[in-house]
Design a protein around this ligand. Structure first.
Ligand SMILES: CC(C)(COP(=O)(O)OP(=O)(O)OC[C@H]1O[C@@H](n2cnc3c(N)ncnc32)[C@H](O)[C@@H]1OP(=O)(O)O)[C@@H](O)C(=O)NCCC(=O)NCCS
Length: 203
């Protein structure tokens, strides 16, 4: 998919890595399927708690055909248009959402998770969410550290997982560069989803 057709924001990480970030759309099914397929078994397991090899058609629809209010996802790509990550929230209550993050193996441990978490929290707060809940396998050191860095509280049910709850305090995204541009992109995605809904009703 030609990435240049989507409005996006470029972020530069501390190691000089430049990536594009933009809301996931219905056009991203193939990109998501390929990205998932290229993940190591360990990463797939850490994200989905099961070593499935590929996403089904209905899973791809669920993950890409989203309203950008109760279900929002940022997609991260290289400047060459290769998908490298997704940060997603799904509202589970009036003021709380489940948040989850996935990065391609080569892009883990370079600060991108922290950038994605802040960008996701920013959009969630704009949609009246006050908390994220995040569930991770108990041995997921990177995700545990990421959640702790953001200020999450932890519970460990005795099923091999850890549940983290994070208050969406503006301090989390206060030093995020391009926050205004990210907010604008997220708002445009809501408008596009609304227009699709209206067009479908008038068909
Ligand atoms: C979990 C994940 C999103 C974290 O993103 P990331 O870009 O790798 O993490 P970052 O580089 O932003 O690092 C965040 C913190 O974790 C630490 N960290 C990163 N990788 C680590 C590792 N393997 N072990 C221990 N700590 C680690 C970093 O040092 C940093 O803490 P610090 O700033 O206090 O030093 C990413 O590793 C990933 O996609 N993993 C596979 C899927 C997954 O586990 N998803 C989570 C399910 S909710």
């Amino acid at each position: 998919m030609p990435v240049g057709t989507h409005p996006n924001v470029t972020l530069t990480l501390s190691d000089g890595l430049r990536v594009r970030i933009r809301p996931v759309t219905r056009a991203d099914r193939d990109l998501l399927a390929k990205g998932f397929h290229s993940l190591s078994e360990a990463s797939r397991n850490q994200r989905f708690f099961t070593p499935i090899a590929q996403l089904s058609g209905s899973q791809l629809t669920y993950l890409t055909d989203i309203d950008h209010i109760d279900h929002f996802a940022w997609g991260i790509e290289t400047e060459e248009g290769i998908g490298v990550g997704v940060a997603r929230y799904v509202r589970t209550g009036p003021d709380i959402a489940e948040a989850a993050f996935t990065l391609a193996d080569d892009f883990q441990g370079r600060g991108l998770g922290w950038t994605m978490l802040r960008a996701l929290a920013l959009v969630a707060a704009d949609h009246d969410l006050e908390r994220f809940e995040m569930t991770m396998l108990a041995d997921n050191a990177a995700m545990t550290r990421l959640a702790r860095k953001a200020g999450a509280r932890f519970e460990a049910p005795s099923d091999g997982t850890i549940r983290a709850e994070l208050d969406l305090d503006p301090a989390i995204w206060s030093d995020l560069t391009q926050a205004t541009a990210l907010r604008d992109l997220a708002a445009e995605a809501v408008g596009a989803a609304d227009r699709r809904g209206t067009a479908a009703l008038s068909d």
